[in-house]
Design a protein around this ligand. Sequence first.
Ligand code: NCD
Length: 293
Amino acid sequence: MQHLVDTDNFSDAQLVNIFNDAKEFKKNMPDKLLKDKLLVTLFFESSTRTRSSFEIAGKRLGASFVHLDPSKSSTSKGESLEDTFANLCAMEPDGVIIRHEYNNTPQKLANRELTTVINAGAGNYAHPTQALLDYFTMLEHFKTDSLEGKTIAIVGDIVSSRVASSGIRLFTRMGMNVILVAPKPFMPNKDLPKYEKLDEVIDRVDIIMSLRAQLERHKAPIFEDYREYAKEYCITKERIEDRDILILHPGPVMRNIDISDEILEDSRCKVLTQVKNGVFVRMAILKELLLNS
Ligand code: NCD
């Protein structure tokens, strides 16, 4: 039984398979490879893209879904998460897709070896499917099968971001240069080049990944006025000019704080391509986990 807690659960060969399959699925919709599979989604935090993307990916491959709403399930009656999970597993699903506020929840459930556990976002620790779809979007954009030597600047609330955590581990594994750009309260304690101003590195980057300030994770407000923050960190036309830089963002985008309206319309900005690719990449991931492993 293989789980996906973070991308290091996949070998290099599996990653190659996943990116090849995703590319193929984008060209030709495949057969219903997962028609006998049943997946449960268990999202303890809100989600727009990730949950629907998993469901659409699974359904494109013929899988069935059961969605458990934790606010209406027995965890809200005091049942432990472990017990809720064990009860769900007694009904023999082929996998549980989980999002949870704690960093270690997916690993803890995976250790029970009751079903395939797929991490759809855990605390600020990992969001592996987002990292894989971001990497795929970069491969596709640069029309290459390796991003070795490419430089990505991750800009924004990096310390709160599981997208950044998983991305940093995957991108460095793949030989990319990762630069962190953030004001001090948003900067994690990681051994990577760190800058407070994007302007200092703008001429060195091939890709900018902008991130939202995750206000819901801040114990106390960090900036009083995000318009002030935006003056330094918003990705605007004035800041990137006509440089050939790919702009990514995992969503949800805070318009004119993370990325300006104008840049969201710019062909260099691939936010909706990321969402589109997310389905193909998750199809490939589900196939790898449920059929190949
Ligand atoms: C992110 C998440 O939940 O980690 N969104 C996503 O899954 N694409 C980022 C966020 O909420 O800002």
